[in-house]
Design a protein around this ligand. Structure first.
Ligand SMILES: [Zn+2]
Length: 107
């Protein structure tokens, strides 16, 4: 019991120190997402497993994400164009062909 309380305090400190977010705010957002990742919809299994995606520009929690989704958003940032290209690429609809040597010579 004492150990659990200690873990809760650690989580509380991490949330607050990193984002200025309280456990209560986290729980509120989690409830609004029905305990699921805001992006893929996977259900949170452990307490506070979903990661805070904080929008520093708007100074608010954008959503709670699973690790995989958080990594995607972290890598891609706010680059929606790149994200759309990634989706097209995965669908096989985007193919950037390199110019052949003859085409290069013509230009
Ligand atoms: Zn996810």
């Amino acid at each position: 019991m004492r150990r659990k309380r200690s873990n809760e305090n650690v989580q509380r400190d991490i949330l607050y120190n990193l984002f200025g977010v309280t456990i209560e705010q986290y729980e509120q957002v989690l409830k609004s997402q029905n305990g699921k990742c805001a992006m893929c919809g996977i259900v949170q299994i452990k307490d506070h497993e979903l990661i805070v995606d904080y929008n520093y520009k708007e100074n608010r929690i954008r959503g709670l994400l699973c690790e995989k989704c958080f990594d995607i958003i972290y890598q891609i940032g706010n680059d929606l164009e790149l994200l759309e290209k990634a989706a097209l690429y995965l669908k096989g609809q985007l193919c950037v062909k390199s110019k052949s040597s003859s085409e290069v010579a013509d230009t």
